[in-house]
Design a protein around this ligand. Structure first.
Ligand code: IMP
Ligand code: MG
Length: 179
């Protein structure tokens, strides 16, 4: 079934191949000991579960819920933690796993929150990055793909909570969210 409102930008095969590369690179970059993966709900859950299995090392998995007071397409700038972590970060090597970095508002805020919990190190991995859209600086250590300024869905990314379960990342036709 093909949806006329979707145009594939990054195929499932390319996503999976890139995740294997990221898994190898990240595995090499860290010393021994568990790596704390913090998955940002909900979009990053698909990426996190594939990335965790591509890492050749021990990992802990935890989840954080963030709301940005924006419905649909953009973040509004105000950020709130809606679900906090279960596991302490003190002295831990932390890797924040995000689906996409857009304005940078969410991750800029989140890093300030997490740094106060005294991890040993903290880095970010994002499947997608839209550098043109940045409003706040964010240092993203690992990026799957840089993409142009287009609204994408699939592989965890949603529009109004739909499309998350698609295997590819696709551009959503603007008339869907502009109407
Ligand atoms: P930021 O705070 O603007 O960087 O927003 C990041 C969040 O906005 C992501 O975690 C997504 O939830 C959402 N987002 C940004 N761009 C897209 C997109 O193209 N498709 C779907 N969600 C997006
Ligand atoms: Mg998100």
């Amino acid at each position: 079934m093909t949806d006329p409102n979707l145009r594939v930008l990054i195929s499932s095969d390319r996503i999976q191949a890139r995740i294997r590369e990221l898994g190898e690179q990240i595995s090499r970059d860290y010393p021994d000991g568990p790596l704390h993966l913090i998955c940002i709900l909900k979009g990053a859950t698909f990426f996190m579960s594939d990335l965790a299995r591509a890492l050749k090392r021990d990992v802990f998995v935890d989840f954080m819920g963030i709301s940005t007071y924006g419905k649909g397409k953009t973040s509004s700038g105000e950020v709130k933690v809606t679900k906090d972590l279960d596991i302490s970060l003190e002295g831990a090597d932390v890797l924040v796993v995000e689906d996409i970095v857009d304005s940078g508002v969410t991750l800029n805020y989140l890093l300030h929150v997490l740094e106060q919990r005294r991890p040993r190190s903290i880095r970010i991995v994002a499947l997608l990055d839209k550098p043109e859209r940045r409003l706040r600086p964010v240092d993203v250590s690992y990026v799957g793909f840089q993409i142009p300024d287009e609204f994408v869905v699939g592989y965890g990314l949603d529009y109004a909570n739909a499309y998350r379960n698609l295997r590819d990342v696709s551009v959503l036709a603007p008339h869907v969210y502009e109407s």
